[in-house]
Design a protein around this ligand. Sequence first.
Ligand code: HEC
Ligand code: HEC
Ligand code: HEC
Ligand code: HEC
Ligand code: HEC
Length: 411
Amino acid sequence: MEKRTDSPYPRKDLPILAIIGVLLVISTIVFAVTDHRKDWRYYQAEFKKMVAEKFGAEKAATIPSGMKQIWVPDMRRADRCITCHQGILWKGFETADHPYKTHPPEPIRTHPIEKYGCTSCHGGQGFAVQSQEAHGPVKFWEEPVLGKSMGEGYSLAGDDKGALIQMNCNVCHRFDRETKGMDMINHAKKLVRDKGCRACHVVNSRGGTIGPDLTFVGDKAAEQYDMSRLGGQKTAFAWHVSHFKNPKEVVPDTVMPNFGFGTKDAQSLAALMLSWKRAPVPVDFRPGVARTDPQTAEEVADEQRMKTGPGAWFVKTGCFICHSVSSLGVKSAAQIGPDLSTAVEDTQSRFGKTVDDFVKNPTGTMSVVLTRQIVLTDQEKEVAIQKLREAYAEHQKQKAAGTAATASGGH
Ligand code: HEC
Ligand code: HEC
Ligand code: HEC
Ligand code: HEC
Ligand code: HEC
């Protein structure tokens, strides 16, 4: 065999190879260092240094090292977040970077971390000790940390980009009418009351059946939504925001009204909807309010008064949930449909039908109402028509006397 004397590489290439070799070594070191930054050991070492600098070496020596976790058996949570977030309970690191920063005092004063852990409020994977895994989003894990970065990702309206955390707060606080520190959710709860969503939806076992029961709508998986008409992000949150801005754009044949919600309203409502889920939280973690939200005394009294007035039939039959009948003294809280005082002439202009024909062959929302929520026999429909005529007659009488209340209402 002939001995090869020439190297496969000409000699003049050697310096270049050497440079490449050195570069490889350097980049390996750089890579190792930057990768190391993500390790919890790195953060623990850094934190120890910070404490030593500020409070002395003796104090720093008291900081335990190693994997740390808060075990909350009642909630089946083992949160290792404090493995990196070691500064949570320390004073003096209020302006430090994450994960060394002191926690804002108020939330964990009322909800001590030994009892609540971290993820019950923040979300995230408690058992993970790597930054990306702990904070998410991670595939097959539905509870990423609801932090400022996510709020920014959704272009949350308003100054508080961290407000999404309130979705988790409300899993426990859902029966509060209002909770301090939960402005976004409070705003949404008020909209739900003012707009009369219960006319069509059951919430906490009270409400109508035109739309789906919303009590645990937050448990609905993202795959169960039809995202085909959404532009941009295809998440449950984005679906609800679009749906609130214009229900028909997402569900073309829906009878859910367009309430004209702007971005802030729609985002707040979306957050509230997603917070309505079954809580893996034992009863004593729920705030001490009644675990229902019954009608207020005022609402009950109003209903009682109208039930004995001339518009009693509309109250007892349930029409008043969506319709006022002002000529008969019936006032609807939600006013989702038009005032029925003038229905006798309005069905002509609105639907091109006599009121008889409309009640017998309704279209739109009323076709759903009369098949799903208030099912009337033929005989009862005759009564309905009769009552609508009485309301109209009364309206005309009041109009002649100059005392007619303006028939208002609608969407
Ligand atoms: C491996 C270390 C590590 C672990 C474990 C960890 N974090 Fe962090 N966390 C960080 C670092 C670093 C930052 C700042 C940079 C960033 O946002 O990634 C941070 C930032 C945060 C922020 C602020 C980000 C924002 O968007 O507002 C929150 C909130 C947070 N972490 C909560 C948690 C929770 C809850 C857990 C436990 C489920 C957890 N972290 C576990 C390292 C960690
Ligand atoms: C009772 C609910 C609750 C619990 C429990 C809780 N936090 Fe928080 N945390 C909050 C709230 C509220 C904020 C302020 C959010 C904001 O303003 O954006 C916050 C802020 C933070 C921040 C960001 C601080 C900042 O100034 O930007 C981090 C990081 C954090 N928490 C980590 C943790 C860790 C780790 C635990 C567990 C040891 C924990 N939290 C337990 C409610 C809670
Ligand atoms: C795991 C359930 C749970 C979560 C999550 C939770 N809370 Fe609470 N919260 C409670 C309970 C239970 C109480 C009642 C404590 C008591 O009265 O002893 C309470 C009390 C409160 C109070 C009244 C405190 C006081 O001064 O009496 C406020 C305000 C509050 N929570 C706000 C929040 C906010 C904001 C969040 C989210 C950052 C949150 N909670 C998350 C269960 C929870
Ligand atoms: C006139 C009846 C009506 C009113 C009033 C109404 N909805 Fe709906 N809603 C529906 C119907 C019907 C659907 C099912 C079709 C669809 O998704 O649009 C629906 C769907 C929904 C969904 C999606 C539920 C799911 O499981 O996909 C949410 C969330 C919702 N409504 C919330 C609200 C809120 C909040 C309000 C009050 C601001 C409200 N709705 C008012 C009729 C109504
Ligand atoms: C869940 C809400 C809801 C309930 C309950 C309801 N309606 Fe309606 N109704 C509407 C809406 C919304 C309209 C407007 C038409 C549309 O959007 O399709 C309407 C329209 C009407 C109209 C036509 C009015 C006009 O001026 O054009 C009549 C008549 C009517 N409803 C009668 C009734 C009667 C009678 C009852 C009780 C048996 C009743 N409605 C219960 C929501 C409701």
